[in-house]
Design a protein around this ligand. Structure first.
Ligand SMILES: Nc1ncnc2c1ncn2[C@@H]1O[C@H](COP(=O)(O)OP(=O)(O)OP(=O)(O)O)[C@@H](O)[C@H]1O
Ligand SMILES: [Mg+2]
Length: 506
């Protein structure tokens, strides 16, 4: 776990190493957990004999590294960033900015409010992280206890950690402190980080609000506010939380909204939070990158398991993600696949430790298949995922999820396949997906489980069948409260879907 780490190179005389280790503890001290403000006092002398105050002072005074401006000659947008950041980008192996980075860095260096949209895997995280780091470095201030300067919100815990890792990577020479705040883990290290002082807070809304309610920190010093996956953050599941949080932010602030799918109504909604924003959309006519080889596979519902095993057998990819609609479905499919190919699952019914372990094993190639719900659909940047399979299509009304799911492959210039299983009753979903991505997806009928019936039914025009979202809107309340122990039985089918989609993302 890397919730809270020091980014200063050790050879610069920083001695905070012990503290870092201490900060990773999981509140195993017994007694009251981290919920009582009085625990601050107790914590103080408790870090293996280290005095908290010393660390606080050390944090302010740690020396900075002198870096070269590696891109000065190149003339590209990276050259406009502080040398510390250029050095880190250079070490990350980046040579040129991606289109969204090239178009976002100049306005963001002027602190313009910004809506950025570009296809999946095209470096949106760096597009907002780099200018923010630049501002932090060029307006350096001692880190303040309880008062972060930057707030980044993301819909899932894994995405928070990933953004935190990127801040660490790009900010390794900047002397910037960050904390990742999300549910499913102890609050102790998170509150401890605020007490020590952080520049950047990356959070999911649920846990953030919990800590705000407990007065663990304040948002009154935040001057940059980022919504990653902004359309998801502004949809029905999250919007009440976002409204609550923005009320606590200073009126005068810098707002940055990014997503691969940022359009239409969501932009109207987002306009409420920004002032005179610059809007950049890269290739609006192509919501998905051409490097993804998208295919439909028509199959009877009850033959999908056979088809899945067949596809996995035929494929030579070492990293495959399979998306299912429900948590129970993901678990079932993962157990099935695991009999023949090593597989793990990730969904809202898993503990955070299990989720972290699943991602770790998948990244390290210890399992070949990751079976997931939409909790893993957005933002996750896992190297070399060669194949994404939609065991279920995203439900009608959520065509954006298709774009995000298949975007787990073909990232950073690579190529990949995305196969979607389509059964007779998937017509509405399919039409919406094709409308959203502005193209027809070719079918692969060359497999032993092809169903002419499914093909015919799914492509039948939907006269009077309504289509669209159905009774409750597919994302109603998906984020909060629901779905703790839904086993997939009972309840109205539509409602069950909302419970499942983002449960466990607090
Ligand atoms: N300028 C660059 N040159 C090379 N690689 C880059 C560059 N910028 C980012 N990358 C790499 O591209 C990958 C994808 O980046 P990132 O996760 O930010 O994509 P994204 O646009 O946020 O995608 P998504 O919409 O799925 O969230 C990362 O592995 C990152 O290291
Ligand atoms: Mg992203």
């Amino acid at each position: 776990m890397r919730e809270y780490e020091d980014h200063r190179p050790r050879d610069q005389g920083y001695r905070g190493n012990d503290y870092r280790r201490n900060n990773n503890y999981r509140d195993n001290r017994g007694g009251r957990g981290g919920n009582d403000r009085r625990s601050y006092g107790r914590d103080r002398g408790n870090f293996r004999g280290n005095n908290h105050r010393d660390h606080y002072e050390e944090r302010i005074e740690a020396p900075q590294v002198v870096c070269e401006a590696k891109f000065a000659e190149s003339g590209n947008e990276f050259a406009k960033l502080a040398p510390e950041i250029q050095q880190a980008i250079f070490e990350a192996g980046y040579e040129t900015p991606t289109p969204i980075q090239a178009q976002s860095i100049p306005p963001l260096l002027e602190r313009k409010d910004f809506f950025g949209s570009a296809q999946t895997g095209t470096g949106k995280t760096a597009a907002f992280t780099l200018p923010i780091l630049h501002h932090l470095v060029s307006n350096r201030r001692p880190v303040e206890r309880y008062r972060p300067r930057v707030l980044i919100l993301a819909p899932t815990r894994e995405l928070c950690t990933q953004i935190g890792d990127q801040i660490e990577k790009y900010g390794k020479y900047c002397g910037i402190w960050h904390v990742c705040v999300y549910g499913g883990v102890s609050k102790g290290p998170q509150t401890s980080a605020f007490r020590q002082g952080v520049d950047v807070c990356v959070a999911t809304p649920g846990r953030l609000i919990d800590l705000l309610d407990e007065e663990r920190f304040t948002l009154d010093n935040v001057d940059a506010f980022v919504l990653d996956e902004a359309d998801r953050m502004l949809d029905m599941g999250f919007i009440p939380d976002i409204e609550r949080i923005t009320k606590l932010l200073p009126q005068e602030r810098w707002n940055l909204f990014f997503s691969a799918t940022l359009s239409g109504n969501i932009l109207n909604l987002a306009n409420r939070f920004v002032t005179d924003p610059v809007r950049v959309t890269i290739e609006p006519e192509k919501p998905t990158v051409d490097r993804i080889n998208q295919k439909l596979m028509y199959v009877e519902k009850n033959r999908r398991n056979d088809l899945l095993l067949h596809v996995l057998k035929e494929s030579t990819e070492d990293k495959v993600i399979v998306f299912c609609k429900t948590k129970a479905g993901a678990e079932r499919v993962s157990e099935l696949v695991d009999r023949d190919f090593p597989a793990v699952s990730i969904h809202g019914d898993k503990s955070q430790a299990q989720r972290d372990q699943a991602i770790r094993m998948f990244k390290a190639n210890r399992v070949r298949v990751l079976v997931a719900t939409d909790v893993a659909a957005r933002g996750l940047d896992i190297n070399n995922v060669g194949l994404v399979i939609n065991y279920d299509l995203p439900q009608a009304g959520d065509a954006e999820s298709y774009v995000h799911r298949i975007g787990r492959t073909a990232r950073a210039g690579k190529e990949g396949d995305a196969f979607s299983f389509v059964s007779a009753d998937d017509g509405d979903s399919l039409r919406q997906v094709e409308k959203y991505i502005r193209k027809k997806i070719d079918a692969n009928v060359d497999h032993p489980f092809h169903s002419d019936f499914a093909e015919k039914e799914a492509n039948r025009p939907s006269y009077g069948r309504g289509g669209g979202r159905g009774g409750y809107g597919n994302r109603y309340g998906g984020n909060r409260g629901y779905g703790g122990n839904n086993r997939g039985y009972g309840g109205r089918p539509q409602l069950r879907k909302y419970r499942e989609s983002y449960a466990g993302s607090r």
